[in-house]
Design a protein around this ligand. Structure first.
Ligand code: NI
Length: 235
């Protein structure tokens, strides 16, 4: 089990093929799948299960045909959902869309039976596994969780590694503040060194070039963590 969320947009961005659904979630004996759609599918029927569609983007049409051969086409746009009842012959088509489906595990995209040859652009499958987080290895979709904030060492190692600048020759931020504070005291003859000097033991002794330099740049630099992750994103 993974404790990480699945981002549907990232999942869709991880592949391009139309009518080739990716499994994004499982619950009980059902699956949530997402797919791109474009062009004509094939007439087919799922004898034992209803099939749920939700259009995430674009337009998706479902032609349905009853036992008498009477045909109707249902046009679905973003936000529309539709259920094809089990045993109903149907043929999806689309000028271009992204859809989410909900159906029992093992359900074939071309049904228990279909009419005529399966077009080359239609993948007859029971769904494909999704890459981790919906990404191709090493990819990080815009706006998605920073890869270095994830716990997966595999994912982390696949991404560019950023090394922190060495602390040598760079002032310690906290020390810099203390030294600046001391400088203020030193410049004011009316104010003798106060309690603040009690912490000077934490500052390396004079003569350390890096900390002497820190006086002039106090607060302007300092060593940042290798990667900044907002606390609420840390897993
Ligand atoms: Ni179907």
């Amino acid at each position: 089990m993974t404790a990480a969320p699945i981002n549907v947009s990232a999942a869709l961005a991880s592949f391009d093929e139309p009518y080739s659904p990716r499994i994004v979630a499982r619950m009980n004996d059902y699956e949530v799948r997402v797919a791109h759609t474009k062009g004509e599918h094939v007439w087919h029927v799922h004898e034992d299960t209803d099939e749920f569609f939700l259009v995430l983007d674009g337009q998706f049409d479902v032609a349905i045909r009853d036992a008498n051969g009477s045909q109707t086409t249902v046009t679905l746009r973003q936000g529309d959902m539709f259920v094809v009842p089990k045993g109903t012959e149907h043929k999806p088509s689309s000028p271009g869309a992204s859809i989410l489906m909900f159906e029992p595990s093992g359900t074939s995209t071309t049904g228990d039976r279909h009419e005529g040859p399966i077009p080359a652009h239609v993948d007859s499958t029971t769904g494909h596994e999704l890459d981790q987080h919906g990404r191709r290895p090493g990819e990080s979709p815009p706006g998605y969780l920073p890869a270095s904030c994830t716990r997966s060492s595999a994912t982390h190692s696949a991404l560019p590694q950023v090394r922190p600048e060495p602390r040598r020759d760079r002032p310690h931020r906290q020390a810099g503040r203390k030294r600046a504070s001391q400088a203020q005291y030193a410049s004011s003859s009316a104010m003798p060194p106060g309690p603040g000097t009690e912490t000077t033991g934490r500052i390396p002794p004079p003569g350390n070039a890096s900390h002497s330099r820190g006086l002039s740049v106090a607060g302007s630099s300092g060593t940042l963590p290798m990667t900044y992750c907002p606390p609420f994103l840390k897993l």
